[in-house]
Design a protein around this ligand. Structure first.
Ligand code: PHE
Length: 343
């Protein structure tokens, strides 16, 4: 028995001197001390060789030793973070944190923001309105009464619940709301999503984004319209780009014009993007129709104004040379990651 007690003392010292290491060392410890053929089991096996009157004392010492070996095992295990009772000790606070993948701005957002910034420098502020509109703000107030043929140009989604409601087909509705609630001078830019009932293809979608603008004050002329839009185009596409205005028709402006810019893809010599004309249409514009001013209680003899509207996707297509419209709404991150905030 004396010998056994000495051995136990030895093992205790060994256990006390252990410097806890990784999971492998812990497992080796478990097998050595607590395994089925381990030291603790072996010592219990020695019980039979202990004289009867010493069995009780030896049993006590052995039990204490077993508890010590087990406690050491538990402490060690917890320090590795594998125990059930928490793993605080295993967190290395000095490690660098996991990096979070940073998103990028959507190309439509980048271009829209740039449009807003350019007009912002000319004193235009942003106005917003609802995407579910009523007939008055989207059409009638803008000189597009019911049965007006120009309504056909904007295939409209109506809302079953109420025939007077629709998804706005342009952000001119925001201009209507602004004229309704503000007095001139008005100088606003209206970015936003609009909806038209078109079959989805590379060239059309059932929704797209617009930025429209409105400027009403005394003595606003067509020359102001031209110069403002010319400034915009130069800021957006560079000094070399040329513009031309073509007479057009919109019920809410008179006179009206569409503006083309020289094709950025071929430089004007003709390609498939400009359909070999050298020019690409980018927006509609015109002098605000006096009828509209009257509709909103603005005196057309005192005030004049101009308005314009452009598709953000169109500007985006020219800027980034990505023609397939579907890509802008498919949310494929491989596409979206290619654009940075550098515009
Ligand atoms: N609202 C027109 C459209 O969506 C664009 C436009 C706005 C034209 C203002 C002229 C003046 O097509």
């Amino acid at each position: 028995m004396e010998q056994l007690l000495q051995q136990i003392e030895q093992y205790k010292k060994e256990i006390a001197s252990i410097v806890p290491d990784g999971a492998d060392a812990l497992e080796a410890y478990r097998i050595r001390f607590l395994g089925t053929k381990g030291i603790v089991k072996g010592l219990f096996g020695e019980m039979k060789s202990v004289p009867g009157d010493q069995k009780k004392e030896f049993g006590q010492i052995l039990n204490e030793f077993k508890q010590l070996a087990e406690a050491r095992y538990e402490d060690w295990k917890n320090s590795l973070g594998t125990g059930a009772s928490g793993n605080a000790a295993s967190i290395d606070l000095s490690l660098p944190a996991d990096t979070l993948p940073l998103g990028t701005h959507h190309p439509i957002t980048l271009v829209r923001d740039q449009i807003v910034r350019i007009f912002g420098r000319l004193g235009f502020s942003v106005a917003e309105g609802p995407e579910i509109e009523d007939d008055w703000h989207n059409f009638t107030a803008l000189n597009l009464p019911e049965n007006h043929p120009a309504r056909d140009m904007q295939d409209t989604f109506y809302i079953n619940q109420n025939p007077d409601w629709l998804l706005r087909t342009h952000t001119s509705s925001v201009q209507a709301r602004t004229m309704e609630s503000q007095k001139p001078p008005i100088r606003i830019i209206c970015p936003g999503r609009v909806y038209r009932n078109e079959t989805i293809s590379a060239r059309a979608h059932c929704f797209f984004h617009q930025t429209e603008g409105l400027y009403i004050d005394e003595n606003v002329s067509f020359a102001d319209l031209k110069q403002t839009l010319y400034f915009f185009v130069q800021q957006m596409f560079g000094k070399d780009v040329k513009v031309r205005f073509r007479p057009s028709y919109f019920p809410f402006t008179e006179p009206s014009a569409e503006m083309d810019i020289s094709c950025l893809i071929c430089g004007g010599s003709g390609c498939s993007v400009c359909k070999h004309t050298g020019w690409v249409e980018i927006l509609g514009s015109g002098m605000v129709h006096p009828k509209l001013l009257e509709n909103f209680g603005i005196d057309p003899n005192k005030y004049t104004g101009f308005a314009f509207g452009m598709g953000v996707e169109r500007i985006c297509q020219l800027k980034y040379r990505v023609n397939d419209l579907r890509l802008y709404s498919q949310n494929d991150v491989r596409f979206l990651r290619q654009f940075t905030g550098a515009v």
